[in-house]
Design a protein around this ligand. Structure first.
Ligand code: 3HC
Length: 698
């Protein structure tokens, strides 16, 4: 090893004869924060000034090459040198500079590499421009240099999808010059020697030109505008790539302008909140520490949920013993799992061989006794407390010591279930969302007596299943369904008071939800809400509550349960669903029964009321500790309820409105219904003190 000079905390130079190595060491992912930018700039200036080396090779320590700009700096005042300036300095360097990529070279990381004069990758590495997933676009030359290296169509593909591309594919397109085996430092020395020997060519990307690709540009623009009309960064990204036919300085100016516009949008802040939130939900003491084995899982119930959960476990390579009470139910379960796995194969999520291997790990059984040796049982049967208690009582006698007993209940009291065993410390709730092999949310429900290692194993399971595990405390509906139970009434009240179901759906879809609440109801089956309302009626309705379910009740009583019966709020023939005209008569009848005169609601008012109701219950869920932090609520909604990612989640969105404005709105609505619209104490306090939900995220 040659002498190593520490340029700054994260940058070193090491000289070996004519070769100078610059190493970046900025864990965890070598993001180009201020120190990295300064280090790179200084190292380059120093090496060029000294003139003792003939070639410079840049590589990184740790698990990856530079994985991007430091996202934590976004939204704060910029500090020089900027990344584009550093990359210009690399490209301008009189000494040739090559880069050695291992792990992932993403965003600003790949942009740094494109500023170097040759890119060498280690097998297994990936490159990408994932900025669009953060609500921005590549802002350090990526939209200009990638088209010069690999053509506009490839640049569009990469920057619009944000996908991480294997380096072999990138080499084929021209974005990578050479693939070499070895450790990053060794490859850096080897490749630099080849530059000296003249067997590895170097060139400046800025000297290349690219051909216009008008068809690809207009097709991509049309696609992003249709598919994601809210994501303005996608359109700007395409336009910026189209500008790569201009001289580099002009193209870079277009890119910078559009990048800065994106940085100012709320969608940038929403999507970055989503990025960090996804990681922060499991960054809590409850998710860490010792865990129990998860070698074999038992699932009770072969219905939609049980089959989906089994599919998810099998896809993660965990053997499953599926138990049902009757042969036909068991057969249906196996069929559903097979269909789910076939679907994963046809969607390109798994190979046919993997599917066969997964199916071979499925053991169907009609005997609960067969669960004696599993490490974790997930009960996914009908939502009736009596049935669950009976099952847990049996599991108590059947399961081995230390086995974890989980219920997939969506709202029942996990403590009451736990008390039907002699081992409440082994019991927790694992609430999956349908379809369980697709939806990424897993609510991990902590009972009063759940042991620490049982809870941590819940998080370990979420990780194995590639799900987002969120800690929730026991209450009716936990985090998500409890909040849903509250705000979904707003959609019904809006219809009772004058809006049409379609208007409500359209307004909320324009806000960013994939589907409005009435379409979701039709999809899920209107009979499900009907049964829940019946249960609540049996438990005793709050006499002060305005009943929201009458229209839906009458629709179900007509035999219209939504999509599965061809009719619900909408009629489902071939083609796009159309509003069910008969529902208009039902609505008119219910208005008449209640002496309601219909009024007009603007789309904005529909969104405001719906979102305010969601925020109200979400605030209460944080206030009483059902959710640990506001960000946990946000992730529940992003990963389980189709909440638009670019808005960050209900409580991130709440901060964009502000507590004072929300309190004002609630007090206005309360003039119509003081029971439903009440200001949560936490929100009033925030309004008084001028604080935000973000302040509570820690
Ligand atoms: N900035 C700051 N922190 C980052 C980061 C970044 N770009 N990328 C990852 N991190 C942090 C994570 O928050 C996490 O922190 P934590 O341990 O405190 O929770 C830690 O690094 C490890 O990240 P992961 O848990 O995600 O680790 P994985 O190994 O699963 O994944 C990865 C690694 C593939 C690099 C993944 O982190 C990733 O996709 N990162 C984002 C990459 C990206 O979007 N780059 C573009 C940034 S924008 C840009 O470059 C703008 C430019 O064009 C000007």
């Amino acid at each position: 090893m040659g002498e190593t000079i520490q340029v700054n905390d994260v940058t070193t130079i090491e000289q070996q004869g004519d070769i100078a190595l610059i190493c970046i060491d900025n864990p965890p992912v070598n993001a180009t924060g201020l120190a990295v930018r300064e280090g790179l700039q200084k190292a380059l200036a120093q090496l060029n000034a000294e003139g003792s080396a003939k070639v410079i090779a840049l590589y990184c320590a740790g698990r990856t090459f530079i994985a991007g700009a430091d996202i934590r700096e976004f939204g704060k005042p910029p500090q020089a040198p900027s990344l584009p300036d550093v990359i210009d300095a690399i490209e301008d360097s009189p000494l040739p500079v090559i880069s050695v990529i291992h792990g992932t070279a993403l965003g600003g990381g790949f942009e740094v590499a494109m500023g170097t004069h040759a890119r060498i990758a280690i097998p297994g590495a990936r490159i990408g421009l994932p900025e669009v997933l953060l609500g921005i676009l590549p802002g350090a030359g990526g939209t200009q240099r990638l088209p010069r290296l690999a053509g506009i169509p490839f640049a569009l593909d990469l920057a619009v999808s944000g996908r991480h591309v294997p380096v072999a594919e990138a080499q084929e397109k021209g974005a990578i010059d050479r693939i070499m085996e070895g450790a990053p430092r060794d490859v850096a020395l080897k490749a630099a020697q080849e530059v000296l020997d003249g067997t590895l060519a170097t060139r400046r990307t800025r000297d290349l030109t690219t051909d216009a690709a008008d068809d690809a540009v207009s097709a991509t623009l049309a696609m992003v505008t249709k598919k994601n009309p809210h994501l303005v960064n996608l359109q700007k990204c395409v336009e910026s790539i189209a500008a790569s036919t201009l001289p580099l300085a002009d193209g870079l100016a277009v890119e910078r302008q559009k990048f800065m516009e994106c940085m100012e949008t709320p969608q940038r802040s929403g999507m970055i909140h989503a990025f960090f939130g996804e990681r922060a939900v499991s960054n809590i003491p409850e998710a860490k520490g010792a865990t129990r084995d998860l070698k074999k899982i038992g699932v009770i119930g072969g219905g939609t949920m049980g089959s989906g959960i089994s599919t998810s476990c099998l896809m993660a390579g965990i053997p499953v013993r599926l138990v049902e009470v009757a042969q036909d139910g068991l057969d249906r379960g196996v069929q559903t799992i097979t269909k789910n796995l076939d679907g994963a194969v046809s969607r390109g999520k798994m190979s046919a061989e993997k599917r066969d291997a997964a199916l071979a790990m499925l053991e169907p059984s009609l005997a609960m006794e067969d669960l004696a040796d599993v490490d974790l049982v997930i009960e996914a049967v009908f939502e009736k407390m009596e049935i669950k208690k009976e099952i847990f009582g049996k599991l108590n006698t059947i399961c081995k010591d230390g086995a974890i007993l989980a219920s997939n209940t969506s709202y029942l009291d996990v403590n009451e279930i736990a008390e039907s065993t002699d081992r409440p410390q082994d019991v927790l709730g694992l609430h999956f969302f349908s379809p369980a092999h697709v939806m990424r949310l897993l609510e991990i429900v902590q009972g009063a007596k759940t042991a620490d290692d049982v809870l941590a194993t819940g998080f370990a399971l979420a990780k194995k299943l590639k799900k987002v595990g969120v800690l929730a405390q026991v209450c009716d509906g936990f985090i998500g369904n409890r909040i849903l139970g509250h705000y979904s009434k707003t959609a019904s009240y809006l219809v009772l008071d004058g809006a049409t179901p379609q208007q409500v759906d359209d307004a909320l879809e324009a806000f960013g939800f994939a589907m409005g609440p009435h379409k979701v109801g039709d999809l899920a089956g209107l009979d499900i809400g009907y049964m829940t309302r019946q249960r609540k009626r049996e438990e005793g309705m709050d006499p002060n509550e305005r009943y929201a379910g009458r229209v839906a009740d009458l629709i179900v009583e007509e035999g219209w349960k939504g999509r599965k019966t061809g009719k619900g709020y909408y009629v489902y023939d071939a083609g796009a669903p159309v509003p069910n005209e008969a529902v208009e008569d039902i609505i008119a009848k219910v208005r008449q029964e209640n002496g309601i005169t219909a009024k007009d609601f603007s789309d904005q008012e529909i969104v405001d009321r719906y979102m305010t109701a969601m925020i109200v219950e979400a605030a209460r869920v944080v206030e009483d500790g059902t959710a640990k932090r506001p960000l946990d609520v946000d992730m529940v909604f992003l990963f389980g309820y189709g909440f638009p990612r670019f808005r960050g989640g209900p409580l991130h969105y709440a901060d964009t409105i502000g507590a004072a404005e929300l309190v004002k709105r609630i007090e206005t609505y309360a003039k119509e219904d003081a029971h439903y619209w009440q200001v949560p104490a936490i929100l009033r306090k925030m309004a008084d003190e001028g604080t935000t939900f973000a302040d509570l995220n820690g």
